[in-house]
Design a protein around this ligand. Structure first.
Ligand code: DC
Length: 235
């Protein structure tokens, strides 16, 4: 009984670069273990989409900051399928286009944007029973998370996966472009001054180049089960 109650409070942080399979793994793990999944990248994508729709240039940080008071982002948790609402609108696939990805990465460098999205993320972390994925979950949002994973793979492996995904979705993009976007985003995410992408000191780093999706999920589930078990013992 106690174990069940403790499991409800556990906080799992999954960070890593784009294209490592973080979101799919986090969502699947949440589904199979009954946690709430919070996709924090979607929040930055929402701000990026807002900026793009307002016609701002990607590097117009002052313009983005001026818009922020109008950007209302809500996250409606629903098990492994949470919904992100941008000013009440379910923006669904609009935040997943290659252009939205680049805008998301650009706005995520702006301190005021990170600040704007901090409270919402902390709120979910505090509730517990969550799997949150992003870039700074283990380092900034939940530095005391019960389990931290840094999921990564080489840029080429990630580009190949993304290339196939875009092809399957019917929105193909040349491989070289996909790889260039990934390298650009990696650089932006890890070289920015605020909350740069890096594994927390106590994160488990998992390079999954040699693993398929299901194999990755199974391995991550093993780690999480162990963390839940340990958490239950120590509680
Ligand atoms: O995980 P994603 O690709 O959906 O994230 C989109 C962008 O948002 C990514 O380029 C970096 C940024 N991001 C961030 O800075 N911090 C997070 N916790 C999540 C995403």
């Amino acid at each position: 009984m106690k174990k069940k109650a403790e499991k409800r409070k556990i906080r799992i942080a999954i960070d890593g670069p784009g294209g490592a399979g973080k979101s799919t793994v986090a969502r699947e793990v949440a589904k199979r273990r009954g946690f709430i999944y919070v996709d924090t990248g979607a929040l930055y994508r929402g701000v990026g989409l807002f900026a793009a729709r307002a016609g701002l240039a990607m590097d117009d940080a002052d313009g983005v900051v001026a818009l922020l008071p109008d950007v209302r982002i809500d996250f409606v948790p629903d098990g492994d399928r949470g919904k992100m609402l941008l000013c009440g609108e379910d923006v669904g696939d609009a935040i997943r286009t290659p252009e939205a990805s680049l805008y998301a990465s650009a706005v995520s460098k702006i301190p005021a944007v990170r600040e704007h999205l901090l409270g919402l993320q902390k709120e979910f972390a505090e509730k517990g029973g969550v799997v949150m994925d992003g870039r700074d979950i283990g380092t900034v949002i939940i530095p005391d998370a019960e389990f931290k994973l840094f999921l990564t793979a080489s840029p080429e492996t990630r580009a190949k996966r993304r290339f196939l995904e875009l092809e399957q979705k019917g929105t193909p993009q040349p491989y070289d472009e996909v790889l260039a976007d990934i390298i650009k985003r990696d650089r932006e995410d890890s070289e920015r001054e605020i909350a740069p992408l890096r594994p927390a000191d106590d994160a488990v780093v998992f390079m999954n180049d040699e693993y398929g999706l299901e194999e990755t999920i199974v391995k991550v589930l093993e780690m999480i089960d162990e963390a839940v078990e340990k958490y239950g013992r120590e509680a």
